[in-house]
Design a protein around this ligand. Structure first.
Ligand code: FMN
Length: 168
């Protein structure tokens, strides 16, 4: 039996929602936020790592987690995803994350995320205002979150998991 762990970081919920859907579609699996990770989870067989992109970077808490756990993580089968607004940029961030882990991941996908202005904390609202002002865009919600896209990637991850079973 291949047990899957989906580990994610999410400030406003899109990445968490994606992790939840993946976990429902791939069994047996659990999903947990980086700060909920327990040492016993190292025994899992397949790791799906997800983050959102803030200011053209993978979330700092996920980077810290990888830095602290790289040694054993490198030996595991891993797939990656992120939620973001700019998917090309997101894919670049995932390629950088793969290098940072120091392994060849089995798959990676930049998924559409959402930016809901009235959900943002004070600091993030200011950052977004400044950014949109610089690129001369209006301050408005951007919602590219797409459940179908997540389900499609979950099916791919399920196939990858089946491949891990066969190769054992
Ligand atoms: C402060 C801030 C900075 C962001 N910077 C980027 C960015 O550089 N590139 C991008 O594609 N999306 C950016 N986003 C959009 C987020 O990646 C997107 O909203 C994502 O779905 C958030 O995930 P979460 O709901 O799990 O926190 C930014 C969002 C915030 C709040």
């Amino acid at each position: 039996m291949v047990k899957t762990l989906i580990i994610y970081s999410s400030k406003y919920g899109s990445t968490e929602e994606a992790a939840k859907i993946m976990s429902h579609m791939i069994s047996p699996s659990i999903y947990c936020a980086v700060d909920e990770f327990k040492p016993g989870y190292r025994e899992y067989d397949f790791f799906i790592i997800g983050s959102s992109v803030y200011q053209e970077k993978i979330d700092a808490s996920l980077i810290k987690f990888i830095d602290n756990n790289r040694k054993w993580l490198q030996k595991k089968p891993i797939s990656l995803f992120c939620t973001c607004i700019d998917k090309n940029g997101g894919l670049n961030r995932l390629n950088e994350l793969q290098k940072f882990i120091g392994t060849k991941t089995l798959s990676m996908k930049a998924l559409g995320g959402s930016l809901i202005i009235n959900k943002l904390n004070h600091n993030d609202l200011q950052l977004i205002k400044d950014f949109l002002n610089t690129v001369k865009l209006p301050l408005e919600d951007m919602d590219f979150y797409n459940e179908e896209e997540i389900i499609k990637y979950s099916l791919k991850l399920k196939n990858i998991k089946e491949g891990i079973i066969k190769s054992r």
